[in-house]
Design a protein around this ligand. Structure first.
Ligand SMILES: [Zn+2]
Length: 153
């Protein structure tokens, strides 16, 4: 069994023998250990062979499923957003059409004896006239007052 390839790295058979623990002579083991001490490429190959985690190629690309999921999510977002808007519009139209049957009275009827502004002004003028006449009567009475008329003794 050849331990080294033509380019100086370990052969696959040698790495497999090292991993499986096949019987190798002591010189081959030393040479392989010495090579693994400085060669990063062979060390990586040896580590991958030990863990059994060589890079695997996926059976099918995840690109298609990702695009499908993105499209489904976008459609769901679109549906949620416009379903809410449609519900709001439907509610507004229902309220609008529902209120069309209700008619408000044109004019609220007022009681007949409700005072108007002109009535208030007239009453205010009348009370002002009576106050002025009362004030005139007071001053007239004041002019007729004399100290002799008040005496009495
Ligand atoms: Zn190597």
């Amino acid at each position: 069994m050849d331990i080294f390839r033509y380019d100086g790295h370990l052969t696959d058979e040698a790495l497999a023998a090292l991993v499986t623990g096949e019987s190798l002579d002591e010189t081959a083991r030393l040479e392989m250990a010495e090579h693994l001490a400085f060669c990063d490429l062979c060390l990586q190959r040896y580590t991958d062979a030990l863990t059994g985690t060589e890079l695997l190629t996926p059976e099918h690309s995840c690109r298609e499923s990702l695009l499908r999921r993105i499209r489904a999510r976008a459609a769901r977002l679109f549906l949620n957003r416009y379903a809410t808007a449609a519900a709001a519009v439907a509610l507004a139209l229902t309220m609008l059409w529902g209120s069309a049957g209700v008619t408000l009275p044109e004019r609220i009827p007022l009681p007949e004896d409700r005072p108007t502004v002109s009535d208030g002004l007239r009453k205010w003028n009348e009370s002002l006239d009576s106050a002025m006449s009362g004030l005139n009567d007071f001053f007239d009475g004041l002019g007729q007052w004399t100290p002799s008329a008040q005496g009495g003794n």
